[in-house]
Ligand binder design. Structure first.
Ligand code: DNO
Length: 345
């Protein structure tokens, strides 16, 4: 496995130097952040990240994300040109040595939480989700806690967008995804890049918007749309694990050869459609980290792994889910877990 860590660019208080000091850290996971979704990334911007990583002994070979513009997910008249831009980004990233691209196909909202600083008994705070609270908030009034939110939407723009999606049901979203994949995956194959779709977080429809990357059956359907290795998955244990019906250990085994990127984090279920994020080790929550890693290693997994969201501990303040300390603890736990499982294989 190749250990990696997310870096939000020069404005990230978690610097490349700090990341490089985490034992056995190999790759950074980053993106060009200063352009709108849908535009072509300049070769200079891509090259700059690569050089910055290399100056710290790190490799820039994973991108998270190349965002998919809403017009592609809506499948409207602007989709064709935007898919072409997407393909161009894949070509440019392949040329710069990127091997894996993470993206998602969630309408309007990326990840959703009801609370960003949920207090835990030990004094840490973490992200939490409570469906009842989320549904009682009005997205048009910016009442939602949205750590992954694209803040460039105006109220008007958001209303129009939600309106456009009222005509898109799950089957239509599948069709729009199919159109995207059949154009994009051949370019990924040519460019030597594995595409890794991120599951929906949480993995069920919300505010009447369809969500389809949610469970075993749908992951299988997704992989069969273009049945080649380069059309693969980001296996995000916290996202898929929010639904207790998802048997993550058996899913990890079943899809091991198509999982290119592993996001490891643990959550604790606190009620129906209610959970909070906890420390990475198995004992901290409801996700069987050991079982998942064992199933993946047995299935021949050799992809990228990153610790996902961490809690805020030791008084740290920072980007929600993306502080240094707890993610660094997660990284060394993950390195230990893989070392043991790989050596015992
Ligand atoms: C949250 C992340 C997501 C992810 C995107 C991938 O922490 O896992 O925002 O980057 O959904 O496109």
């Amino acid at each position: 496995m190749k250990l990696s860590f997310r870096w939000y660019g020069e404005s990230d208080p978690v610097t490349l130097e700090k990341i490089s000091q985490i034992p056995t850290m190999r790759s950074i996971v980053s993106a060009v952040y200063d352009v709108k979704p849908g535009s072509v990334w300049s070769e200079e911007s891509i090259q700059k990240i690569k050089t910055q990583a290399e100056e710290h002994g790190l490799v820039f070979d994973v991108v998270e994300s190349v965002p998919v513009p809403e017009d592609i997910k809506l499948g409207n008249e602007k989709a064709d040109a935007l898919i072409e831009n997407y393909c161009e980004n894949i070509r440019r990233l392949g040329k710069a040595g990127v091997k894996c691209i993470c993206y998602n196909f969630m309408p309007v909202f990326d990840w959703l939480r009801s609370e960003l600083e949920h207090q835990q008994p030990d004094g840490a705070n973490a992200l939490a989700y409570d469906e009842e609270t989320v549904l009682s908030m009005n997205p048009l009034k910016s009442e939602l806690s949205l750590p992954g939110w694209d803040s460039s939407y105006t109220k008007e723009g958001l209303r129009e967008l939600l309106n456009a999606y009222s005509k898109i049901d799950e089957e239509q979203l599948w069709k729009n995804l199919e159109k995207f994949l059949t154009r994009v995956i051949p370019v990924a194959v040519e460019s030597g890049i594995n595409m890794a779709i991120h599951p929906d977080d949480p993995p069920w429809g919300i505010f009447g918007l369809p969500r389809i990357i949610t469970n075993r059956e749908n992951l299988k359907r997704f992989l069969n749309i273009v049945p080649v290795k380069n059309n693969g998955l980001t296996f995000c244990t916290g996202s898929l694990g929010a639904n207790p019906a998802n048997d993550l250990v058996s899913m990890a085994g079943e899809f091991a050869d198509r999982i290119h990127f592993l996001h490891l984090r643990n959550i604790k279920h606190t009620g129906p459609r209610r959970f909070e994020e906890v420390g990475h080790p198995t004992a901290c929550g409801n996700v069987d980290m050991f079982g998942i890693v064992k199933a993946l290693v047995a299935g021949g997994f050799d992809g990228y792994v990153r610790p996902d969201h961490g809690r805020m501990i030791w008084g740290e303040k920072g980007r929600y889910g993306y502080g240094l300390y707890d993610r660094a603890l997660g990284a060394t736990y993950i390195a230990g877990l893989f070392e043991a499982v790989e050596k015992l294989k």
